[in-house]
Design a protein around this ligand. Structure first.
Ligand SMILES: [Zn+2]
Ligand SMILES: [Zn+2]
Length: 104
């Protein structure tokens, strides 16, 4: 095992997933995220932006999302730094400019 004393020091048994260490429930969280294909910025339902469809190049053709380990064409896990807002292009979970009257 690599990263001895790293994630383990946080008190969780992290698991290898798509070539990296993630919390044990991460694969399930990522899978669950695929079931929620839309979001509602400003109260208007629109499709979420799958990994690889961002305006910026996050390397989707080279490997999984650097933050949530989604692969190209998959939706990001909840809270992923890379997921873009389909309405304004900002970070969906952090600092996007939209109103979210029904939550995210
Ligand atoms: Zn992601
Ligand atoms: Zn937005």
């Amino acid at each position: 095992m690599i990263l001895l004393g790293g994630p383990k020091a946080m008190g969780e048994d992290w698991v290898f997933f798509r070539g990296r260490l993630v919390p044990p429930d991460w694969p399930d969280q990522l899978r669950d995220s695929q079931l929620r294909t839309t979001c509602r910025p400003n109260g208007i339902e629109v499709p979420r932006v799958p990994y690889g469809d961002e305006a910026e190049d996050w390397g989707a053709s080279d490997g999984p999302c650097p933050d949530c380990a989604a692969i190209q064409g998959e939706l990001h896990a909840r809270g992923c730094d890379v997921e873009r807002c389909p309405a304004c292009g900002g970070q969906l979970w952090f600092g996007c400019e939209c109103e979210w009257p029904e939550g995210k």
